[in-house]
Design a protein around this ligand. Structure first.
Ligand SMILES: NC(=O)c1ccc[n+]([C@@H]2O[C@H](COP(=O)([O-])OP(=O)(O)OC[C@H]3O[C@@H](n4cnc5c(N)ncnc54)[C@H](OP(=O)(O)O)[C@@H]3O)[C@@H](O)[C@H]2O)c1
Length: 314
């Protein structure tokens, strides 16, 4: 795979990232089995062998088990740590933690950011996190307090670069003003199933500030890879028949899969979006890398946009 710089930093990533949300095979730590751990390790090593060098995590993925599984995978391959970038996130807290009556909440307090980072480092079995992101905006976030936490993590060598996730442009600007370092990514949900960042200023801000957009759920959680009739229940995105047919027609014309078309569509944007591939299936993880070699034409890109919008452009 080709490589790309992350924002204005010295970090260099593969063109597609691998997302570790699903590698424990479940959200529930009590449901994790030795077989699901083996499958998770296999998925991570498949991504590594396929050329992915940016791996995305969060402290909450299966309550830390995903980071733990990744740490086990890392130990199996000599030299892997030095060849990859490890990203993780903090700031979402589960209900019932630490007190039984604690609500679900966001927490960007300095103490929580530092504690969560140390927990991730331990589970991942590493000395330094390459990219540390705030997961979802905390309504009570104080930019100066976040900046102090980031500075401490950088100065103690625990984190190299910082970013955010799911931030609206105005909050990102406020945080950037307070931070002594550049925020280098905004990890956002963007795909043919979610177009909002094209029009709400999020991508404009990435272009203006030379930040890299990381695209989570680039296949809308899988629905863009499927025929609508086969979509499993519970997919949060509805994909219209017209969009399904347009993806299908372009994938047939290009001799590739629907998933590859949906990923290539993101890659074409000038903000240099890095899609985070979330499959745990080694065949699909490998297949997704074909997107890096496929340049959609402007016409193809706009046919897909119009089908995704469900209406003509003004
Ligand atoms: N910052 C945030 O708030 C946030 C939120 C969500 C996710 N993320 C990050 O984004 C990453 C990717 O998200 P995601 O997992 O939702 O990405 P995704 O790539 O849109 O979806 C992956 C899911 O789609 C399924 N899938 C893919 N291709 C398919 C096909 N052709 N047919 C059927 N099913 C197919 C996969 O199943 P198989 O495993 O069976 O292939 C998997 O369950 C996560 O790992 C995480 O790192 C971040």
């Amino acid at each position: 795979m080709k490589s790309i710089s992350i924002g204005s930093s010295k970090l260099v990533s593969s063109r597609l990232a691998y997302g570790c949300w699903r590698i424990a095979g479940t959200w529930e730590p009590s449901e994790v089995t030795s077989d699901s751990v083996k499958s998770g390790i296999k998925a991570v090593l498949s991504a590594y062998e396929a050329g992915y060098t940016l791996f995305d995590h969060a402290d909450i993925y299966c309550h830390g088990v995903a980071e733990d599984v990744f740490g086990k995978a890392l130990k199996q391959v000599t030299g892997m740590r030095e060849k990859i970038l490890i990203a993780t996130k903090c700031g979402i807290r589960f209900p019932g933690e630490p007190w039984s009556d604690s609500p679900q909440r966001y927490d960007f307090s300095k103490q929580h950011i530092i504690d969560s980072c140390e927990g991730s480092l331990k589970r991942l079995g590493i000395e330094t996190i390459d990219l540390y992101q705030l997961h979802r905006p905390d309504f009570l976030a104080d930019p100066d307090e976040v900046a102090a936490a980031f500075a401490q993590l950088r100065d103690t060598g625990k984190v190299r670069e910082f970013g955010v996730s799911n931030f609206r442009p105005s909050l990102l600007s406020a945080l950037q003003k307070a931070c002594p370092m550049a925020l280098v990514v905004n990890q956002i949900e963007i795909s043919l199933a979610r177009l909002a960042p094209f029009e709400d200023g999020t991508l404009d801000q990435c272009l203006e500030n030379k930040m890299t957009p990381l695209a989570w759920s680039p296949l809308g959680g899988g629905v863009l890879g499927l025929h609508e009739n086969n979509a499993p229940p519970g997919h949060k995105h509805h994909v219209s028949l017209n969009l399904q047919e347009t993806i299908q027609a372009i994938s047939e014309a290009r001799g590739t899969s629907r998933s590859v078309i949906a990923l290539s569509w993101l890659l074409k944007h000038p903000s240099k979006i890095i899609p985070i591939v979330g499959s745990a299936n080694p065949k699909r993880i490998q297949e997704a890398t074909q997107a890096d070699d496929l340049e959609l034409t402007r016409d193809e890109w706009y046919r897909l946009l119009i089908a995704a919008r469900g209406e003509r452009l003004p």
